[in-house]
Design a protein around this ligand. Structure first.
Ligand SMILES: Cc1ncc(COP(=O)(O)O)c(C=O)c1O
Length: 353
């Protein structure tokens, strides 16, 4: 790989040299390079993941992650400090927890020299669009298996995934489950599990807390839960004095408890709780009360939330606060896991941001 880069760099240097005398020769050089450029992803040697996905890495603003302090009377009254880890600032598409959950899968795909990445998700899935974006950035083919019938009108997420060249395959719920069960990586196709669930996803998610300056100072960490991958990563990276609270955004998804446990290193930690009362009707469902809360949060703290995940989890914190769930004197960290692109499926003017 280094050779290929050096060799390409040499061509460019030669081309620049030639440019001084002959513009036509430069064009010829570039034409000569085109096959190299286009076959590039197909012959990626193993250990060069950072080079392979360098373009994407360069686009990510990991340095923009920051801690936002929430000032609110009810917090002061309860003697609670609430801070938000703004992972949504990383990137408009590969935002929030996405890069963390995907990075080791992408690395494995590069190591296996795969030319196609396939994955699974619903019509509003942030995971689907993030995979589509990562693959488009490196011109790797990609397939999205979408749960449910092909809709007459595509959601903005699906339209964008398609525009990014993801091949969309719609499957009925039973076909979808069977397809998920029967996947096997082969020479050319690498399958990323739905939502990044699995060892690679957890390994990446466990790096989220590296972006928090005083992590031992928090005795609660709260985040939204879909597959539970992010929560498991956070549990693995946390200390025993910390309570990790996951807010499930799916209705009655009680199996997620065992799915999280399967990914947690130290099962004895016993400081994890998943709450199931804040789904607002189920995945991607919402009520006017949630929209009003999102607008209020925006007006009060300039904090944008998404209606599928983060709004439900942030709402839960304030509801739990009312019910004295948190011990006075606590310091809570809320992980803003991104997903703002999903708000585009709401009618215009629903939200103030
Ligand atoms: C914005 C956002 N927050 C939270 C989650 C939940 O993450 P997990 O599936 O790891 O529980 C997701 C899903 O990936 C998401 O897109």
């Amino acid at each position: 790989m280094t050779d290929l880069i050096n060799c390409s760099a040499q061509y460019y240097l030669n081309a620049i040299d030639l440019a001084k005398n002959d513009l036509a020769a430069v064009e010829l050089y570039i034409l000569y390079l085109l096959p190299d450029i286009y076959s590039f992803p197909k012959r990626l040697p193993a250990a060069n993941f950072n080079l392979v996905f360098m373009d994407l890495l360069n686009e990510l603003n990991l340095d923009k992650i920051f801690i936002q302090k929430i000032n609110d009377e009810c917090l002061i009254k309860a003697n609670i400090q609430l801070d938000v880890l703004r992972l949504d600032k990383i990137h408009p598409v590969v935002s929030g927890n996405k890069w963390f959950k995907l990075k080791y899968y992408l690395q494995q795909a590069a190591e296996d020299n795969c030319t196609c990445i396939a994955t699974f998700g619903g019509a509003f899935s942030n995971h689907i669009i993030a995979v589509a974006y990562a693959c488009a950035a490196k011109k790797i083919q990609c397939i999205g298996y979408i749960r449910g019938e092909r809709p007459a009108t595509f959601s903005p997420t699906l339209s964008d995934a398609k525009a990014l060249n993801m091949r969309l395959i719609f499957l009925s719920r039973s076909e979808y489950l069977n397809r998920k069960k029967s996947i096997q990586n082969d020479q050319s196709t690498f399958y990323v599990p739905e939502g990044g669930y699995g060892k690679n996803g957890v390994k990446g998610a466990s790096e989220i807390l590296n972006f928090v300056p005083d992590i031992p100072g928090y005795n609660y960490i709260v985040c939204a839960v879909g597959t539970g991958t992010m929560l498991a990563g956070i549990v693995n990276a946390s200390s025993t004095h910390q309570n990790i609270i996951g807010i499930s955004v799916l209705k009655n998804n009680f199996s997620v408890e065992n799915e999280v446990l399967a990914l947690v290193n130290d099962k004895a930690k016993n400081q994890t709780k998943i709450l199931h009362d804040y789904h607002f009707g189920g995945y991607a469902k919402y009520a006017q009360q949630l929209i009003e809360f999102m607008n209020k949060t925006w007006k009060a703290y300039a904090l944008p939330l998404d209606f599928v995940y983060t709004a439900k989890a942030f709402y839960a914190i304030f509801d739990l606060l009312k019910n004295d769930f948190f011990i006075a004197g606590s310091k809570i960290l809320f992980v803003h896991s991104g997903g703002l692109q999903g708000n585009r499926s709401l009618k215009e003017e629903t939200l103030l941001f």
